[in-house]
Ligand binder design. Structure first.
Ligand code: NAP
Length: 301
């Protein structure tokens, strides 16, 4: 029988990468989406059918946080995560042969602004504020489901780096236009993970049937923002770049319709559990990850 997996919110940056990887590996991939031609969120019967007998469900659905935090956007950011998670759990309960594993996205932003010490699953402290509240609610809905036949893992993902989406394009453009210096004070930590490692972690969790719960999905060597920008300039062959002060970022964010939190919050997260369980990152240092991505971007041009 053909093996199948289900990707909810699978039309985005991470979902497309996973779809390619698992299709190449011989899996049938079902996608739950708001887009035509996919399994619709409004069709519970179709969602249950897609989930029946699946090896794994990965939920990636959520309105992008790269927008202004107006009341309307905040509501959509929140509900697009909690409601989709709720819908999936409810559908799993209706399956005769439920998926063996349910991986739900979460976010490393759930931890507090940290300049003093790294946050791990065992010693990290959760923060406060809108983005943190979204993360907490997302995980609460997820873990409220008690599913005897389905392992559950929440991925507290750091910023995912890859050629085909996420933050690479804005960073590359900043360096290209001479703005590749530090942002704000430059001391804020930048926790990141290469998209290839995100896929490898998902496969690792699929195979390791003894694992469940919360996992920090973040490379083991985070850097400061100042180091990030130096690595970016190096990968792109630029010697210098102008720094951007906080007020400039605030003005820029308003013009671009985004928030400075995405750049200025100090995210210092370590993958304690994954490393303890023996996962080895292919991209453990940022210079290697950025070099690979910049090469891929050059090939695509
Ligand atoms: N990329 C990162 O650096 C990062 C870091 C930490 C956490 N995460 C989380 O990981 C997940 C996947 O990330 P990604 O980078 O692949 O995101 P993405 O490219 O923005 O894709 C997310 C998908 O969510 C669906 N979606 C958007 N708005 C929605 C809404 N209002 N209701 C229901 N579904 C909606 C879309 O699918 P359809 O249009 O097909 O419905 C979209 O393809 C997200 O939840 C994100 O918050 C990402």
């Amino acid at each position: 029988m053909l093996k199948k997996i289900v990707l909810a919110g699978g039309t985005g940056f991470i979902g497309q990468y996973l779809e390619r990887a698992y299709t190449n590996d011989g899996y049938i991939v079902h996608i739950i989406s708001r887009q035509p031609g996919q399994v619709s969120w409004n069709d519970e019967r179709a969602i249950v059918d897609a989930l029946e007998g699946a090896e794994m469900l990965v939920n990636l659905a959520g309105k992008s946080v790269n927008c202004r935090y107006t009341e309307k956007n905040k509501r959509e950011i929140y509900e697009s995560r909690t409601r989709t998670t709720e819908a999936l759990g409810t559908a799993i309960l209706k399956c005769k042969t439920p998926p063996k594993l349910w991986i739900n996205s979460s976010t490393a932003t759930i931890y507090r602004h940290a300049e003093d010490r790294p946050m791990t699953e065992s010693t990290g402290e959760l923060g406060t504020g809108f983005s943190v509240d979204v993360g907490k609610a997302w995980e609460d809905v997820f873990f409220r489901f008690k599913l005897p036949k389905t392992r559950q893992a929440a991925l507290r993902m750091a910023i995912v780096l890859g050629a085909d989406g996420g933050v690479m394009e804005p960073y590359v453009n900043m360096v290209r236009f001479g703005l590749g210096g530090k942002q704000g004070e430059g001391k804020q930590m930048f926790s990141w993970v290469h998209i290839e490692d995100v896929c490898r972690i998902i496969e690792f969790l699929k195979q390791r049937k003894d694992l469940q719960g919360i996992f920090n999905v973040s490379a083991p060597n985070p850097v400061t923002n100042k180091e990030l920008m130096a690595h970016m300039r190096q990968a792109m062959g630029r010697r210098a770049g102008l720094p951007a002060q906080k007020w400039m970022l605030e003005l820029g964010a308003m013009v671009l319709g985004t928030e400075t939190e995405l750049i200025l919050k100090s995210r210092w997260v370590l993958p304690e559990r994954l490393e303890k369980e023996g996962f080895r990152f292919q991209f453990d240092h940022l210079d290697r990850a950025l070099w690979q991505i910049v090469q891929e971007l050059k090939q695509e041009q």
